[in-house]
Design a protein around this ligand. Structure first.
Ligand code: SF4
Ligand code: SF4
Ligand code: SF4
Length: 337
């Protein structure tokens, strides 16, 4: 390899969207190619783990890690790449805060296996075969990683230098962050403080959203297919759950502008520990129920009736932030780990 800075990108428990998002920076990818040598990037080039193991510690300048950590292989790779990299970036929501994979923290490993291998309508598994961690074949032993009960964000496993939010991060934000890294590596420009969340706007998605906002009083929530939103009007005011008030911007409020409530993929606002809790309090403040002089129990009943129209509250408010939430995981069958 040349003496150019070394770049790695690795996927753990992820969907692949984050890898694709790097290519979405369009012609800037040529600059990335010009500036960096790729040292490890299994999605696009045939690198093996033993290549990484052979590198001296700190050989990789920047490792973009996407995906949550869900099994022993992810944990091993996280430690290995931490050791070999100067800067570890938790790239995208799965790495930053657990994202979709961490929704399984609402249940157990056993329940997940049951769903995937037994109760799945597209599965034909009459002998109830489950994957095992070790099996002997003529050629020797085949092994699989240990599947954990709890999905973790990257910083729950190793030390992380920077976080880039989004599911996936948006191209202008990715390019801005890469420019900062390149400026630091090639020109000695300062980097943001370690531990920074980079590539976001610092204000709520609502601040970036051009939809008109006025007084909100909601008596029923709708799923997107149940309503045709009035153009130009705040979706939350129309009863479409929108996590914009509790989500940090940076995407330019992409989803509300096409009639979909913000799902919260950029994560919580700076200083907010629990995005779901923040959104629940935003929702609580706009529920229209009761009237002056009404019995307290009747008001409570009316509030519950409105809240009950939100289908899957945990999946709606913690879709991206479960591993990083105050809850982290639900206690299932007496197990909290
Ligand atoms: S953050 Fe979103 S796009 Fe990236 S790997 Fe996770 S699910 Fe996929
Ligand atoms: S649509 Fe969503 S993001 Fe836009 S102003 Fe309303 S609540 Fe905020
Ligand atoms: S509007 Fe919300 S869900 Fe959509 S990209 Fe932006 S932060 Fe993510």
């Amino acid at each position: 390899m040349s003496d150019k800075p070394k770049l790695a990108m690795y996927w753990s428990a992820s969907c692949g969207g984050c890898e694709i998002s790097v290519l979405n920076i369009h012609e800037h990818i040529l600059t990335v190619d010009e500036v960096f040598d790729v040292a490890f990037f299994p999605c696009i080039a045939d690198f093996k783990v033993h290549h990484v193991e052979s590198y001296p510690d700190g050989y990789i300048d920047v490792c973009l890690w996407n995906g949550a950590v869900r099994n022993s292989e992810g944990e091993h790779m996280a430690h290995l790449l931490r050791q070999k990299s100067k800067f570890m970036v938790a790239y995208g929501s799965c790495a930053y805060e657990g994202c979709i994979p961490a929704l399984s923290n609402l249940t157990s490993k056993e329940a997940t296996f049951n769903t995937v291998y037994f109760d799945n309508p597209s599965i034909d598994n009459p002998n109830k075969v489950l994957p095992t961690e070790s099996v002997q074949v003529t050629e020797g032993e085949l092994t699989l990683p240990t599947f954990w009960n709890t999905v973790k964000s990257l910083d729950q496993v190793i030390d992380v230098d920077y976080y880039l939010p989004g599911c996936p991060p948006e191209p202008p934000q990715i390019w801005a962050v890469l420019q900062v890294i390149v400026g630091a590596l090639l020109e000695g420009k300062p980097l943001p403080p370690k531990g920074s969340l980079v590539g976001h706007s610092g204000v709520a998605v609502c601040e970036e959203c051009p939809l008109e906002k006025s007084e909100k009083t909601i008596t029923k929530f709708f799923r997107p297919y149940e309503i045709v939103p009035e153009p130009g009007v705040c979706l939350l005011e129309q009863g479409i759950v929108c996590n914009g008030p509790a989500t940090v911007g940076g995407c330019g409020a992409l989803c509300p502008q096409v009639g979909m409530g913000c799902r919260g993929c950029y994560g919580p606002l700076p200083g907010v520990e629990d995005q779901g809790g923040k959104m629940l309090s935003a929702i609580a403040s706009v529920i229209g129920a009761g009237e002056a002089g009404m019995d307290e129990h009747e008001i409570e009943r009316q509030i519950e009736a409105v809240v009950d129209t939100i289908v899957d509250p945990a999946g709606t408010f913690y879709r991206f932030s479960m591993a990083h939430s105050l809850l982290e995981r639900a206690k299932v069958n007496g197990k909290g780990e």
